[in-house]
Ligand binder design. Structure first.
Ligand code: BJW
Length: 262
């Protein structure tokens, strides 16, 4: 690990364009459950097909909206961890860097990252189901309600005040297109970077999972931070097996200590 960290730090410290791609693992140490990890994963307790699809929302809007309200409340109480802060520090050190996240939380922003690209939308940007991309105008009563939504509790979604249609979570469900501008910007950044750092993603959900391969085929060094092996291992020049909050601060410290000394 020490030698792999040193090599990764050399690559990062000398890069002029860096892309960081994150998944649920970056927020795990902030107390936000991942999707697929045993025991802690959100989908160990809930059936994804039951909750994270447009079909599920149409079949049972209260159940699905309640699940997202529970997650929104949980994320609001969470704080960025040292991994999020190390990524913000990379952006400070390398101004021409891009942070791409599959996460629907706002922990990168709260750690100081400028304009992360959200490939899968946001828990904080609900929209009206009537028209794609139409932001919802609705009275958000959840902040004024006593208590927090329960895990698995049902909450009726609000209605759009301008057209009366139901309001839905502003996230990308399976079978839905990713926001085109976000995906284009992510692919362009990956094709034009020196180093791509992939952190805390299982690499099984497409098209996000293609992004490290795009960078590798364009000549970038791909570095992965994940305690577990993933299908992305084969496109990675370096695999750092550890958690984001442990590995990333050490990587950033080593990257710029070496550059400053050299
Ligand atoms: C740590 C750690 C620590 C733990 N530190 N690490 C090509 C091939 C096959 C299938 C497809 C394909 N292209 C498209 C598809 C279909 C589908 C897909 O990918 N299916 C596969 C699952 C088979 N993709 C889609 O449907 C996408 N849409 C699409 O392609 O549309 C096409 C279209 C075009 C035009 C018109 C219409 C359609 C949409 C995908 C949307 C994904 N949405 C979700 C839910 C978002 C809402 C919500 O939050 O509820 O996004 S699914 C879920 O998975 C969520 C995540 O962003 C995403 C990725 O998960 P992630 O982040 O990797 O988390 P985990 O839990 O899987 O992994 C955590 C990792 O962290 C693990 O590796 C741990 O080891 C690690 N870890 N602790 C560091 N402390």
């Amino acid at each position: 690990m020490a030698e792999a960290l040193r090599r990764a730090a050399q690559l990062l410290g000398s890069a002029r364009r860096v892309v960081v791609l994150t998944g649920a693992g970056i927020s795990a140490e902030s107390g936000v459950p991942t999707f697929r990890d045993d025991l802690t994963g959100l989908w160990a307790r809930f059936d994804a097909q039951q909750l994270a699809t447009a079909e599920a929302f149409h079949a049972d809007p209260d159940l699905v909206w309640g699940w997202y309200e529970w997650r929104r409340a949980r994320v609001s109480r969470a704080e960025p961890n040292p991994g999020h802060r190390a990524i913000a520090a990379i952006q400070t050190r390398v101004p021409d860097s891009t942070v791409i996240t599959q996460n629907v939380d706002d922990l990168h922003e709260r750690a100081g990252t400028r304009a992360p690209i959200h490939l899968h939308g946001s828990l904080f940007a609900p929209r009206c189901i009537a028209a794609a991309g139409h932001p919802a105008t609705f009275e958000d009563i959840s902040e004024s309600e006593p208590g927090q939504p329960d895990e698995g509790g049902r909450v009726a979604p609000p209605q759009c005040t301008s057209c009366s249609a139901l309001v839905r979570p502003g996230v990308v469900w399976f079978g839905e297109a990713l926001p085109q501008a976000a995906l284009t910007a992510a692919v362009e950044a990956a094709a034009d970077c020196d180093v791509l750092l992939t952190v805390g993603t299982s690499g099984v959900v497409y098209p996000a999972a293609e992004i490290p391969g795009i960078a590798a085929r364009s000549g970038a060094a791909v570095i992965q931070v994940n305690p577990q092996p993933t299908p992305l291992d084969r496109v990675c020049a370096i695999n750092l097996r550890g958690t984001a909050a442990q590995v990333l601060p050490a990587l950033v410290a080593a990257a710029w200590e070496e550059t400053d000394e050299g």
